[in-house]
Design a protein around this ligand. Structure first.
Ligand SMILES: *[C@@H]1O[C@H](CO)[C@@H](O)[C@H](O)[C@H]1NC(C)=O
Ligand SMILES: *[C@@H]1O[C@H](CO)[C@@H](O)[C@H](O)[C@H]1NC(C)=O
Ligand SMILES: *[C@@H]1O[C@H](CO)[C@@H](O)[C@H](O)[C@H]1NC(C)=O
Ligand SMILES: *[C@@H]1O[C@H](CO)[C@@H](O)[C@H](O)[C@H]1NC(C)=O
Ligand SMILES: *[C@@H]1O[C@H](CO)[C@@H](O)[C@H](O)[C@H]1NC(C)=O
Ligand SMILES: *[C@@H]1O[C@H](CO)[C@@H](O)[C@H](O)[C@H]1NC(C)=O
Length: 324
């Protein structure tokens, strides 16, 4: 009886395999054998369904062979995805034969063999591909203490952090003039959960001034190859710079305004003086014609003194004298 059951089992099993083999003639899943991913970046595992005719896909599953976990599943219009894994095609649907898998943030633990199974209205197929993961330091992130509103001539600490190295690396610092400032920095390396290393370098700028604000850090691996670089600009207090600019602006305004006001009032003064002078000389001419026979000089001198005491124009009495 046991033998009969076993036989039956094998018979059904081989029948299934036979059916599978025959359908492979119509549908085939094709993947490249091997992919190389980088820690912290996206990895694309490309697989395509090849078929003689147009097919409609009913099921797609992606899993890691070693751990047998389902990473992505499409079945009868429903999607079942694990965070970090998705179809590479942004709006994949059942007519799309590009069933490639995208790992959005590759981890060291993601390396291994992947299996893609596709079921269509014309048959099924399974294919495998493998992913290797290389670790590199990621583009560093930078920050400062204090963060913003930094005053001139105060000390600023700048951080340059990077993770993902397979061995302890180095961080070098440069200022905006390209000078190597690494000697003012202090490096701390730590091992992270996934067996990789994180680096944090502290760079102290003593009495920071706004004439030198841009600092660059470079991350190197244990072999001295550059793996990442970032720049940071010290955020000096904007308010003070703004009011300084406003002050400079008002100064420059008064700079040009002052001469204009002075010259303008001078011109107006001269015009008034000229008007008054002409009026006076007209009056005087009238008076002289009124007393043409008088030889009394007193009238004249008294009149001159009057003009002088009025002080409108010092030249006018003399002019009048000479004209007499
Ligand atoms: C397959 O699909 C494409 C696009 O949907 C269509 O243009 C083509 O005619 C179809 N071919 C067959 C054999 O159905
Ligand atoms: C499959 O889709 C991905 C993502 O859109 C694309 O990068 C890749 O080239 C496609 N593969 C093929 C064979 O079209
Ligand atoms: C798939 O293709 C068929 C026939 O070409 C079409 O009727 C259907 O709307 C398509 N489905 C999607 C989701 O694009
Ligand atoms: C870098 O690391 C230091 C020390 O661990 C931390 O204080 C700082 O906030 C980090 N900066 C960034 C940008 O991650
Ligand atoms: C920068 O300075 C560090 C420490 O002083 C030194 O090890 C490194 O070789 C220098 N790098 C360059 C590019 O000069
Ligand atoms: C800072 O310096 C780096 C390297 O010289 C340069 O690439 C970057 O554009 C500079 N950043 C700013 C805001 O000036």
């Amino acid at each position: 009886m046991t033998l009969a059951t076993t036989f039956l089992f094998f018979a059904i099993h081989s029948a299934c395999i036979g059916a599978g083999n025959s359908s492979e003639k119509f549908v085939k899943v094709e993947c490249k054998e091997e992919y190389h991913g980088v820690y912290g970046q996206q990895s694309l595992l490309q697989c395509n369904v090849k078929a003689v005719q147009n097919v409609t896909i009913s099921t797609v599953t992606w899993k890691r062979v070693e751990v047998d976990t389902l990473l992505l599943e499409y079945h009868e219009d429903t999607f079942n995805l694990i965070p970090g894994f998705k179809f590479a095609e942004p709006s994949w649907n059942k007519n799309n034969t590009n069933v490639s898998l995208l790992l959005t943030n590759t981890k060291m633990a993601d390396k291994g063999v992947y299996e893609c199974m596709v079921r269509t209205d014309r048959g099924d197929d399974i294919a495998t591909t493998s992913l290797s993961v290389k670790a590199m330091y990621l583009t560093p992130t930078m920050s400062s203490i204090p963060e913003t509103n930094i005053k001139e001539n105060t000390d600023v600490t700048i951080f340059c952090n990077s993770t993902g190295g397979q061995q302890i690396g180095l961080i070098w610092w440069f200022d905006q003039f390209g000078s190597n400032r690494t000697r003012s920095a202090e490096l701390v390396a730590k091992e992270t959960d996934d067996g990789l290393f994180s680096l944090s370098s502290r760079f102290k700028v003593l009495k920071a001034t706004s004439s030198s604000t841009n600092y660059t850090c470079k991350v190197l691996n244990v072999n001295g190859a550059e793996e990442g670089m970032a720049s940071f600009v010290i955020q000096f207090a904007v308010r003070e710079l703004g009011s300084e600019a406003a002050r400079l602006d008002s100064v420059s305004t008064t700079n040009w305004l002052a001469p204009v006001v002075v010259i303008g009032s001078l011109i107006i003064g001269l015009l008034i003086a000229l008007l008054l002078f002409r009026k006076r000389s007209a009056q005087r001419a009238r008076r002289q014609s009124t007393f043409p026979l008088m030889s009394d000089h007193q009238t004249d001198t008294r009149h001159d003194r009057d003009v002088e005491t009025e002080g409108l124009n010092c030249d006018s009495p003399q002019n009048q004298h000479s004209s007499l």
